[in-house]
Design a protein around this ligand. Sequence first.
Ligand code: UFG
Length: 346
Amino acid sequence: MARYLVTGGAGYVGSHTVLALLERGDEVVVLDDLRQGHRAAVPEEAELVEIDLADRDRVRAVLQAGRFDGIFHFAALSLVAESMREPLRYMAENVGNTLWLAEAAVRAGCRRLVLSSTAALFGVPERIPIDEESRLGPVSPYGESKLMAERGLEWAVRLHGLRFASLRYFNAAGADPGGRLGEDHDPETHLIPNAINAALGLGPPLVIFGTDYDTPDGTAIRDYVHVTDLADAHLRVMGRLGMEASCRYNVGSGMGHSVREIVAAVERVSGAPVPLVEGPRRPGDPPVLVASNARLRRDTGWRPHHGELDRIVGTAFAWRRAHPTGFPRIRAAPERARRVPVPLGV
Ligand code: UFG
């Protein structure tokens, strides 16, 4: 059994990873300011420390007291379009929070960190599928912020003996097959939940962003990877840091699906039409993003277990139908605060 700190563990990918760690018997402390995350997404067995990563003194105190075997770092701003409007906030927050977190970890003697990174590092790719040797060239401040964070952490590898892995996610999608967790963003910008909401009458008609791409049906192609498979990749890669000081992996299913194929899958799964309108391209969207997951498979034995498109859409649909308003919004949390095991009086 190991003990992990999970920043952003109340968020979408973070909470599914927390669940996977708990199921394996590990101890988990979640650090989340609940700006985007949900208190109800943190299982009872995990401790929740409700603080902002920018609060460096308290982050240091958590690290010092926690005696963690490693950190999974999910907490970040993560919307490409928003980053085009607020580039400096994205850079300052994502880069600064990551590097100060690593500094606190190194000081506390915690030397393993897995970073939640992104396909946005590759910008408009030269070739498909995208492997780890593909040219890096972010075309958004969001992608740039993750690349800068990676580069900063590489210096901690060289000079502080940090062991660091970066997981470049493609499109995380789906929900816990056990129905315990799902995807709940506000505002929701992602394709699958927007299409499901439209089919269920819970949201406006879906807008297809661009029908004139150079793809077989004219809509953009993405690589959708089930969030539970993504969580599994995190656990495997953290294990890998026992052997390697620094590594990076692209995490995707290796298969591409167009926006229209997603709409068709939602209609199959829900049995309802997806009301939609065709709109212009969304700025910054590359036409095709598909991962090569060969390195991840080879090094860690990872395989997608929920990779079928209808499985991904089906689990997302089941969660949303069971939770039409998303996670319950629990405001006060005195009972939760009492369970926090670390001294936070800094
Ligand atoms: N799309 C629509 N309508 C919508 C939402 C999305 O047509 O309402 C389209 C997008 O244009 C895109 C595809 O559906 O072609 C997928 O869009 P998402 O917003 O679901 O996901 P992205 O591919 O834009 O974003 C993902 C990750 C980001 C990462 C980015 C890299 O969520 O973190 O890939 O480009 F940065």
